[in-house]
Design a protein around this ligand. Structure first.
Ligand code: ASP
Length: 415
């Protein structure tokens, strides 16, 4: 019975997606005037992020009583996030070199485009530590919230008995937020319908056609990354079927595609990772919010392909050193990219500047960024869950026996 309900939701989301796509093609004005439904859904998702991340991270940290394990998990997840991102850029570069999406193109940058400014590394580091946790919570700054929740959770464990009540409240609040996420998801089919209809109504074929080669190159690289890298990790480091895995997280993938925001998708990602894949909350509560902010394989691929595309358009030939520079900068740039729509375009400025490519190139591709962003966000979110599964497996907390729990089985809970 419950199984039927869950399949039903995914089915309705897919129906919302397909009907929305057709609707957006046929009824442009109506789709645009109905876009408030998608905005409402986005607001509902965003409403969940801060309390969900804060409370579940607090309980997650408290459930890992061994500080060594916390450190080990931290090192492992950051290592695998970085490694997969670097491989992603390389795949993007290989595809772009082979397909050469700029071949035969002559384009002029869109008028009035202003190159964005890039935040300094020292500011990024300083901003990890908030001077006022309540201010960060109010603003929804995920990274400082993660850092504060980690400190707070560790301190709550260290105070012993007196901290237990706090951890109990956080556990109950986290549980409630997961339930609220499940409830919000029942509105998802309408939200998905509206978001995709409005996107398609805005991005007609006339906008996309001149860039069809660039779009194909990016999407081919996205698909290759899933087929080669993610499937191998799931198979070799998780010992489960990649297809089943990707199907289990498909609600999050669709949500990422239509919202173009890893952050807005985070509540859904956390829910499917735990309930459908069977990953422990003690890990997901930490690795997924971190991943939504720093692990962006799709963005890295896009930055690699886009950099070569812009080099091609402006007839700049790149040497081996510059390719290495692109790999380094796109990996770092994707870490610095916020999990919000269009952020990857801004960080592309850093890559272009680093290899001496003209920043006006950004103006060229800004017009189709939405379409590239849908795929890259989908990949960004998928990568977070895949890497988490690998770390969970290495910690003995994920195996074919615990994977894909049935909805009627008791859910994994923090110890
Ligand atoms: N929209 C992407 C995300 O939220 C970031 C990007 O623009 O590349 O993951």
């Amino acid at each position: 019975m419950a199984e039927e309900r869950r399949i039903g939701l995914l089915g309705w989301i897919l129906i919302g997606f397909v009907v929305g796509a057709v609707f957006g093609l046929l009824f442009k004005d109506l789709s645009l005037s109905l876009s408030w439904i998608g905005d409402l859904f986005l607001r509902l998702l965003k409403m969940l992020i801060v309390p969900l991340v804060f409370f579940s991270l607090l309980t997650g940290v408290a459930s890992i009583s061994d500080p060594l394990k916390l450190g080990r998990v931290g090192v492992k997840i950051i290592g695998i996030y970085l490694a997969t991102t670097a491989v992603a850029v390389i795949i993007g570069l290989i595809v772009a070199v082979i397909l050469n999406p700029a071949a035969g193109m002559k384009l002029t940058p869109a008028a009035g485009f202003k190159a964005p400014t890039i935040p300094a590394l020292k500011d990024v580091m300083l901003n990890l530590v908030t001077t006022n946790p309540f201010d960060s919570l109010a603003k929804g700054d995920v990274l400082p919230i993660i850092v504060f929740a980690l400190f707070f959770g560790i301190a709550a464990v260290l105070v012993g008995d007196k901290g237990k009540a706090l951890i109990g409240v956080a556990d109950s609040a986290a549980e409630t937020m997961y339930k609220l996420t499940a409830l919000v998801m029942w509105f998802a089919p309408f939200g998905v319908f509206s978001l995709i209809a409005a996107t398609i109504a805005k991005q007609g074929p006339q906008v996309l056609l001149p860039f069809v080669n660039l779009i194909l190159a990016c999407y081919l690289a996205y698909i290759l990354h899933v087929a080669i890298v993610y499937s191998s990790i799931v198979r070799v480091m998780g010992h489960v079927s990649p297809l089943r895995f990707f199907r289990a997280i498909s609600e999050a993938s669709i949500m990422a595609f239509v919202t173009r925001s890893s952050n807005a998708t985070l509540p859904v990602t956390m829910r499917v990772a735990e309930e459908k894949v069977g990953l422990p909350r003690s890990l997901t509560s930490f690795t997924l919010p971190l991943g939504a902010t720093v692990n962006m394989d799709g963005t890295a691929i896009y930055q690699g392909v886009a950099a070569l595309f812009i080099a091609g358009i402006f007839n700049v030939s790149l040497g081996f050193g510059q390719y290495l520079m692109i790999i380094l900068l796109a990996t770092l740039g994707s870490i610095g990219t916020a999990g919000v729509p269009g952020a990857g375009l801004i960080m592309l400025a850093m890559v272009l500047q680093g290899v001496g490519l003209p920043l006006e190139g950004l103006g060229l591709i800004a017009g189709i960024d939405v379409v590239l962003d849908m795929g890259r966000t989908c990949l960004n979110v998928t990568g977070d869950v895949v890497c988490t599964a690998a770390v969970a497996y290495s910690e003995g907390e994920f195996s074919p026996a615990t994977a894909f729990p049935s909805p009627d089985a008791p859910q994994p809970r923090p110890a």
